[in-house]
Design a protein around this ligand. Structure first.
Ligand SMILES: NC(=O)c1ccc[n+]([C@@H]2O[C@H](COP(=O)([O-])OP(=O)(O)OC[C@H]3O[C@@H](n4cnc5c(N)ncnc54)[C@H](OP(=O)(O)O)[C@@H]3O)[C@@H](O)[C@H]2O)c1
Length: 231
C-alpha cells in the first residue's frame, strides 16, 4: 500500500479527532496542529501521531506542519476577530506544495457560485449569528467567508466541504452531497460528526471533488432517503 502523509489543522476539536481516527484507520501518517492548551485532548492518539502545538493561523507552525504532506484537512472556524479563519486558510494555501489535496470544512452558509437557495430558518440563524459576533467579538463569520473566497480563487486542488447541522452518534455511513443548498435531498439538515469527518478524509482520494463545495447531509436522513442523490 502506498501510504499518505496528511496534516490535520484543528486536530483537537470534535471534527478534528474523528478525522485523526479515520486517517489512522486508513494507515496514513498524521501530523496534527492544535492550540497548546488542547494538546491533551489528543492523548488517546499518543505515539501514533505527531502534534505541532500552536494557533492554526500561526504561519510558522503551519509551514512546518504541512511540509511533505500529500493532503491537508483543515477545520475552518470563525473564532475571534483576528482573521483566524482567513489566516489559517492563507497559511495552508501558501505553504503546501503543488498538487497537495486540500480539504476544508465550513457550514452551509458559505456559497461557491451564489446558486444556493437558503431556507428562511437558516437565513435567520445567520443574521442572529452576525449580530452576536458584532456584539461579543467571539466569532467572525465574515472572516470564514473571506477564507473561502481565497480558497476558491486559489489554483490549488481544493475541496470545501459544507456541513449541515451536526450531531454526535454512531456512524450512519458516508453522507450524500449536493452542489447547492436548496436541493431537496439536503432538506433534513443533519449529519453525524463522525460521518462528516469520513467525508473529509475520503475526499483526499476522490478527485471528482476537486474544485467542488459539496453541501452534505447524512445518507440516512429522510430527505436523503426520499430523493436520489443528484450525483
Ligand atoms: N457545529 C455545527 O453545528 C456546524 C455546522 C456546520 C458546519 N460546521 C463546521 O464544522 C467544523 C467543526 O465543527 P465542530 O462543531 O465539530 O467543532 P469542533 O470540531 O469542536 O471544532 C472547534 C475547533 O475550534 C477550535 N477553537 C475553539 N475555541 C477556539 C478559540 N477560542 N480560538 C481558536 N480556536 C478555537 C477548537 O480547537 P481547540 O480544540 O483548541 O479548542 C477546534 O479545533 C467547522 O468547520 C464548522 O464551520 C459546524
Amino acid at each position: 500500500m502506498c501510504s499518505m502523509k496528511v496534516c490535520i489543522v484543528g486536530a483537537s476539536g470534535k471534527l478534528g479527532q474523528y478525522m485523526v481516527q479515520h486517517a489512522l484507520d486508513r494507515g496514513y501518517e498524521v501530523v496534527g496542529v492544535c492550540r497548546e492548551k488542547s494538546v491533551s485532548k489528543l492523548d488517546a492518539f499518543k505515539g501514533r501521531i505527531t502534534i505541532l502545538p500552536g494557533a492554526t493561523n500561526d504561519r510558522a507552525v503551519i509551514k512546518r506542519a504541512v511540509a511533505g504532506c500529500d493532503g491537508v484537512l483543515t477545520v475552518l472556524v470563525p473564532w475571534g476577530v483576528h482573521q483566524y479563519s482567513s489566516g489559517t486558510a492563507q497559511a495552508v494555501l501558501d505553504y503546501t506544495r503543488p498538487n497537495t489535496r486540500l480539504i476544508f470544512s465550513c457550514g452551509w452558509h458559505i456559497t461557491y457560485d451564489g446558486q444556493d437557495v437558503y431556507p428562511s430558518s437558516l437565513k435567520r440563524e445567520e443574521t442572529i449569528a452576525r449580530w452576536v459576533s458584532r456584539l461579543t467579538h467571539l466569532i467572525d463569520i465574515d472572516d470564514q467567508v473571506e477564507a473561502c473566497r481565497r480558497i476558491f480563487a486559489s489554483n490549488t486542488r481544493w475541496t470545501v466541504v459544507r456541513g449541515s447541522d451536526l450531531e454526535e452518534g454512531e456512524s450512519q455511513g458516508l453522507p450524500v452531497w449536493s452542489r447547492h443548498v436548496g436541493d431537496p435531498s439536503l432538506q433534513s439538515n443533519m449529519t453525524r460528526r463522525v460521518d462528516y469527518a469520513q467525508f473529509m478524509v475520503e475526499a483526499l482520494t476522490n478527485d471528482t471533488l476537486i474544485h467542488e463545495a459539496p453541501a452534505i447531509v447524512s445518507c440516512r436522513t429522510p430527505s436523503a432517503l426520499a430523493y436520489a442523490s443528484a450525483h
